[in-house]
Write a protein that binds this ligand. Structure first.
Ligand SMILES: [Zn+2]
Length: 371
C-alpha cells in the first residue's frame, strides 16, 4: 500500500528562492496549458490531451530557455495535474452534475511541485534535481520504497511529502465492530455510545481564524493600506496553517484509536445525492470529513482492518432495533420508539449505520426500509 511521509525542509536562502521560482514557472505552465485547452475547445471543439501537451514541452523550452532549469519530470507532472483536473471535470459532467470548468491558478495559491519518479537518496539532506541538496529533518524514519516526492510551500515553511510503497502491518483482531455517525454537535458518535469532540484548543484557533478572515475582508485593497492588508493576509495564512495542522493531528489520533479498537468500522457514504438529512448545519466540520475518512481508510488498510461506507439515507430517522422509520426534527435529541428503544439520537444513528454493514435480523428490516 502507499503511505505518505511529510518532513520539514530547511533550504538555504538561495534554495528557497529557487523553489519559489520553480513554483512560479509551474504555475505559469499550468495556466498556459489550461489556456491552450480552453482555446482549442472553444474554437475547434477539440480536447487537447496530456500527451499532446507533454510532447510540446521541448518546444516550450526553445521559446523560453529558462524552462530548462526546471526538471522535466516536474514540468510533466504539472501538466498531468491539469489533466487530472479535466478528468474530474468530465467525470462530473457525465454524472449529470454541474461542475465548474478547471480554473486558472494564482501564483500565491500554487504551492507544490512533484518529482513523480523520485530516485535520489534521503538522509540529513534530500537531493532535489535542479535545486540542490536541501537539509531535511527526518523526525520519523522513512519506510518502504520511495515513489514520488512533492515539495510543498506552506506560507513561509517548506516541506517534502514522500509517498512510499510499504508493507501492511496487520493488527490482531479485537472481535469488535462499530458504526460511527459524523455528528452535528460532536465530531463523531460511535454505536457504543462514545462521543468524540474536536479538542478545545482547536475550536479556539478556528474562532480566531474566522475573526482574522473577517478583518482581512474589511481591509481595502491598494493605497497606503496595501501593506497592512498584505500583513493581515500573512497572519490569516499562518492561522489557517495552524488550524489545518491541529485538525489533521486530531484526525490521525481519532482514526488510530478506532482502528486499534475495532475490526470493522462503518460510516455514512459522503457526497451521496438525496441525502436524508440536512448537511448545512454540519458545516463546522465539513472541511474535515472527507480528509478524516481518507485517513481512517488508510490506517485501516495498513492494519488490515475494514472500513465500510453505507447508504446514508434516513440513518437518523430509523430505529436501530425494529427498523421503523419516523421523522425527527433536527432539534429532537432523543430517539424514542414504540418498540421500546430509547437512545440518544446520534447513538441511534450510529447503530443504524453499524447495522447496514451486516444485514441480518432487525438490520435486514432497516435495509428493507432504505431500499
Ligand atoms: Zn423501534
Amino acid at each position: 500500500m502507499l503511505k505518505a511521509f511529510k518532513y520539514r525542509l530547511y533550504p538555504t536562502q538561495a534554495q528557497a528562492e529557487r523553489m519559489d521560482w520553480t513554483l512560479a514557472r509551474c504555475c505559469e505552465l499550468y495556466n498556459a496549458a489550461l489556456e491552450e485547452r480552453r482555446t482549442a475547445y472553444r474554437k475547434r471543439g477539440v480536447t487537447v490531451s496530456y500527451h499532446a501537451q507533454a510532447v510540446s514541452l521541448p518546444e516550450v523550452k526553445e521559446g523560453r530557455p529558462e524552462y530548462k532549469d526546471v526538471h522535466s519530470q516536474v514540468l510533466q507532472d504539472t501538466l498531468r495535474r491539469l489533466d487530472k483536473a479535466f478528468a474530474a471535470f468530465f467525470r462530473r459532467v457525465k454524472r449529470g452534475e454541474k461542475p465548474g470548468y478547471p480554473r486558472f491558478k494564482s501564483a500565491r495559491r500554487f504551492d507544490s511541485f512533484c518529482y513523480p519518479q523520485y530516485k535520489g537518496t534521503i538522509g540529513g539532506h534530500v537531493y532535489l534535481p535542479k535545486i540542490g541538496n536541501v537539509r531535511v529533518k527526518l523526525h520519523r524514519p522513512l519506510e518502504g520504497a520511495v515513489k514520488t516526492l512533492t515539495v510543498k510551500r506552506e506560507v513561509d515553511e517548506w516541506y517534502a511529502v514522500i509517498v512510499c510503497e510499504v508493507e501492511t502491518r496487520p493488527q490482531g483482531p479485537t472481535g469488535s465492530e462499530v458504526g460511527i455517525d459524523l455528528g452535528l454537535n460532536h465530531f463523531l458518535i460511535t454505536s457504543d455510545g462514545e462521543f468524540v469532540d474536536a479538542p478545545r484548543y482547536f475550536r479556539k484557533a478556528q474562532k480566531k481564524l474566522r475573526r482574522a478572515q473577517r478583518s482581512l475582508a474589511r481591509k481595502k485593497r491598494g493605497g497606503n493600506r496595501g501593506n497592512r492588508r498584505a500583513k493581515q493576509r500573512e497572519r490569516v495564512a499562518k492561522l489557517h496553517r495552524k488550524v489545518k495542522r491541529q485538525r489533521l493531528d486530531f484526525h490521525h489520533k481519532t482514526a488510530r484509536k478506532l482502528v486499534r479498537k475495532h475490526d470493522s468500522i462503518a460510516h455514512e457514504a459522503l457526497n451521496v445525492k438525496g441525502l436524508g438529512r440536512t448537511r448545512l448545519a454540519k458545516s463546522v466540520y465539513d472541511a474535515g470529513w472527507s480528509t478524516f475518512l481518507a485517513i481512517l481508510a488508510s490506517k485501516a488498510e495498513e492494519a488490515e482492518k475494514r472500513v465500510v461506507a453505507v447508504d446514508p439515507k434516513y440513518t437518523s430517522q430509523t430505529c436501530p432495533d425494529c427498523g421503523r422509520v419516523a421523522k425527527k426534527l433536527l432539534s429532537e435529541r432523543w430517539h424514542s420508539c414504540e418498540c421500546g428503544c430509547e437512545l440518544q439520537r446520534d447513538v441511534a444513528a450510529a447503530r443504524v449505520i453499524l447495522g447496514r454493514t451486516f444485514p441480518s435480523g432487525a438490520n435486514a428490516a432497516v435495509n428493507a426500509y432504505v431500499a
